[in-house]
Design a protein around this ligand. Structure first.
Ligand SMILES: [Zn+2]
Length: 106
């Protein structure tokens, strides 16, 4: 398994498909599948059965579908660019993620 460079609540930009260049928040990371669910993006229509226990009506609902991480880039907090993060070890032995564009940790 490749190392996941995206963390939950990261800002991510979609780089392919219908939501290309849009930015959203990473809601959920599926480590075993290498996928990420992005808030409000990559929506699909999903048929939902009525569920009286949850008082849900049936019908067609919009729901986010997970994207493969190769289709997204993390957006750097410091420079706001989509980036491929690098990792480095600090003097304290702590592993930190940094932006390869502006060199800031994020
Ligand atoms: Zn940056």
């Amino acid at each position: 398994m490749s190392r996941m460079k995206i963390k939950q609540n990261d800002k991510v930009m979609i780089i392919s498909g219908k939501d290309k260049t849009k930015i959203g928040k990473g809601l959920k990371i599926y480590h075993n599948k290498g996928k990420v669910l992005v808030e409000g993006l990559n929506k699909i229509k999903r048929h939902v059965k009525p569920n009286p226990y949850k008082q849900e009506q049936g019908g067609i609902k919009d729901a986010e579908a997970p994207l493969h991480i190769s289709n997204v880039r993390v957006v750097c907090d410091a420079c706001a660019n989509p980036t491929k993060p690098g990792f480095k070890v600090t003097a304290d032995g702590e592993k930190v993620r940094y932006c390869k564009k502006c060199e800031e940790n994020f």
